[in-house]
Design a protein. Structure first.
Length: 264
């Protein structure tokens, strides 16, 4: 994995987990804001290849290798966004002693009802122009990786309230890895593995969510609480899927996250 590093070695370690799956790079603004107090590692999760199918288990083991090789002195905190929050939970369920705590920012969905709510909200926010652009994506972007990146840019506005910046800092996306990983996650949910496996997690878990995020925070919280009695939640209004880019709450988001990480 490619890993970007920020901050001073020797400071408490925070590992940022990007979403998608397969959409690396956009957590750089979060890493830069945390770098004065923490050593921040921003791994670019493994890309798909011809040597095997990407699964949740592959990503979990890649993360374990990173933790064991780069954090020998103390357990790191994991801060995951969207799919990255789901990966943090899957990792901690498999390796309960490897992380000091989990911060779930705009966490992804763990049941069909939450996914239906997400899609319904997105559809309700689309104007005719955006619907036309979405319908033309395959023609405008024949390359699947470029198409996934274009979808991310379109969803940025759709999933947000009032942004201070529309620059996501996305690097090259991985459409095949996105499809393979998400298909595996859905299969694990349908088999009843997730979220039930999260009952093994004993470390602090903080959920940070925006009320204007199409990912339905209250439904996602309800799906996690039976297995994570220690779950703390903070919801901001108005705020979308990317709190660090939201005009109204960006400073409060970082203040809340920094305080929680410091207490770990």
């Amino acid at each position: 994995m490619r890993i970007r590093e920020y901050g001073k070695p020797g400071s408490p370690v925070v590992i940022l987990l990007h979403g998608g799956p397969g959409a690396p790079g956009y957590l750089a603004p979060v890493a830069r804001r945390l770098a004065d107090s923490f050593q921040v590692l921003e791994p670019f999760q493994r890309r798909s290849s011809g040597t095997g199918v990407l699964t949740v288990a592959v990503h979990v083991e890649d993360l374990l290798e990173l933790v064991q090789s780069r954090c020998p002195a103390a357990r790191p905190a994991l801060v995951g966004h969207s799919w990255g929050a789901m990966l943090a939970l899957a990792f901690a369920a498999e390796h309960p002693r490897a992380a000091a705590g989990l911060a779930l920012v705009g966490c992804g969905t763990f049941d069909a009802g939450a996914r239906q709510s997400l899609e319904k909200t997105r559809q309700s926010r689309m104007d005719p122009g955006l619907r036309e652009r979405m319908a033309r994506l395959a023609l405008d972007f024949p390359d699947p990786d470029a198409r996934l990146q274009a979808v991310g840019r379109l969803y940025l506005r759709l999933d947000s309230h009032r942004l201070v910046s529309t620059e996501l800092e996305l690097e090259r996306c991985d459409a095949c890895g996105n499809e393979q990983t998400w298909e595996d996650m859905l299969g694990l949910q349908q088999a009843g593995v997730y979220p039930a496996a999260f009952a093994a997690i004993g470390v602090p878990v903080l959920m940070l969510h925006g009320s204007a995020d199409p990912h339905p925070g209250r439904l996602i919280r309800a799906s996690l609480e039976p297995y994570l009695p220690q779950l703390e939640c903070r919801e901001w209004e108005p705020c979308g899927h990317y709190p660090w880019l939201e005009e109204a709450v960006a400073d409060e988001f970082f203040s809340t996250l920094r305080g929680w990480l410091g207490r770990l």
